[in-house]
Design a protein around this ligand. Structure first.
Ligand SMILES: Nc1ncnc2c1ncn2[C@@H]1O[C@H](COP(=O)(O)OP(=O)(O)OP(=O)(O)O)[C@@H](O)[C@H]1O
Ligand SMILES: [Mg+2]
Length: 339
């Protein structure tokens, strides 16, 4: 299977006005295969959006690239200059729908104007009439009425605005789509339609792989093939959605999954638990395990030793100095104590 996106040892940081360094993406590696969707989970502030922006390879202050590689469908993009990235990568190789994207649509412009902007910026050389035909066709395949093109953003409902943003962002059929909380601000029925739209984009071949970010873990479980958990700028575990929800290995993932109820599992006997404490300050140099301060299983060595990735099966890894058998042993005991 072809790899659509491969990120290796990526390090990016914010420079604050006080000239402090906030390392929000710290040595991140993962890959995303053709036809797959990968979810990113983690508490607020752990670096999900920063990772999404960083993967585009297009940096502007206060976000800076430090090191690492981003390969989209076999092409390394970190060595390209910003202008080349803007014209040959963004929108065609990779597209990003930022958190709260629908609110960014200028309310006083017609939707067709945004479509023209995207196609003209990529020098497609299409006439206004051709752009309209292309947009109408794409919108209709995606179950969006063609008449939306002649409406102003202010006339559209939240759900319709979000679908419109997604349709415009993917009009050049990017290989990778990054959707950052695409449905979080919407009511339940609009959420379902947005999720179906993402599914349709993949099914019709308009995008080849999706990186999906959301706070809502049950949603992630239902829509993505794989899930990775991020904590304090690092990926701490990755596996299939089922493995991650039903059999998390790393204690932070375990804590995160304990704070949700997946419909299949039901509510009976499930004790909802929040993880006490807060993530570390990313301005400080991190030593040992970043979760050590909050982890119920911390030992002295956790605060000192460098914590690498450990394999927990094919395509599955976690970041903890402990063996998975030992961690599972703790959880078993905890389960017995809670029942
Ligand atoms: N412009 C900025 N300057 C300095 N630090 C920033 C800036 N933007 C974000 N950060 C910091 O980077 C870290 C990661 O933020 P990010 O927005 O990526 O988190 P997130 O996981 O997407 O959170 P949320 O779930 O709330 O969207 C946080 O500690 C945040 O305070
Ligand atoms: Mg975010």
């Amino acid at each position: 299977m072809a790899t659509m996106l491969e990120v290796k040892n990526l390090v990016t940081y914010y420079k604050t006005r006080m000239n402090e360094r906030v390392c929000s993406v710290d040595n991140v590696s993962f890959s995303l295969e053709d036809g797959k969707s990968l979810g990113i989970a983690g508490e607020s502030g752990c670096g999900k959006s920063t990772l999404a922006m960083s993967v585009m390879g297009y940096y502007f202050p206060p976000l800076f690239y430090e090191s690492g590689s981003i390969i989209i469908d076999g092409k390394e993009i970190t060595s390209l200059n910003p202008d080349t990235i803007r014209t040959t990568v963004l929108g065609t190789e990779i597209a990003y729908i930022p958190q709260a994207a629908m609110n960014a649509l200028n309310p006083t412009r017609k939707i067709i104007r945004f479509v023209e902007d995207v196609l003209n910026a990529h020098g497609t050389g299409l006439s206004k009439k051709e752009i309209r035909e292309l947009a109408r066709e794409r919108f209709e395949i995606l179950n969006l009425p063609g008449k939306v093109l002649d409406q102003y953003a202010v006339e559209l409902s939240g759900g319709m605005k979000q679908r419109t943003v997604i349709a415009i962002s993917t009009i050049l059929s990017p290989k990778v789509l990054i959707a950052d909380e695409p449905s979080s601000a919407l009511d339940v029925s609009s959420q379902k339609i947005v999720i179906k739209l993402l599914h349709d984009l993949m099914e019709k071949g308009f995008v080849r792989a999706i990186l999906f970010i959301t706070h809502e873990l049950p949603l992630l479980f239902n829509v993505t093939d794989d899930i990775m958990v991020m904590y304090a700028g690092e990926i701490v575990e990755k596996g299939t959605a089922r493995e991650m929800v039903f059999d998390p290995v790393m204690p932070y993932s375990k804590g995160l999954m304990n704070s949700i109820i997946v419909p299949e599992e039901g509510t009976r006997g499930h004790v909802l638990q929040a993880i006490p404490g807060a993530p570390p300050n990313l301005k400080l140099k991190q030593e040992g395990c970043r979760f050590a301060e909050r982890c119920p299983y911390t030992e002295e060595r956790c605060r000192k030793e460098t914590v690498g990735e450990r394999e927990a099966g094919p395509g599955r890894y976690y970041r903890c100095i402990k063996r998975q058998e030992d961690l599972r042993g703790y959880y078993k005991k905890l389960g017995a104590a809670n029942s």
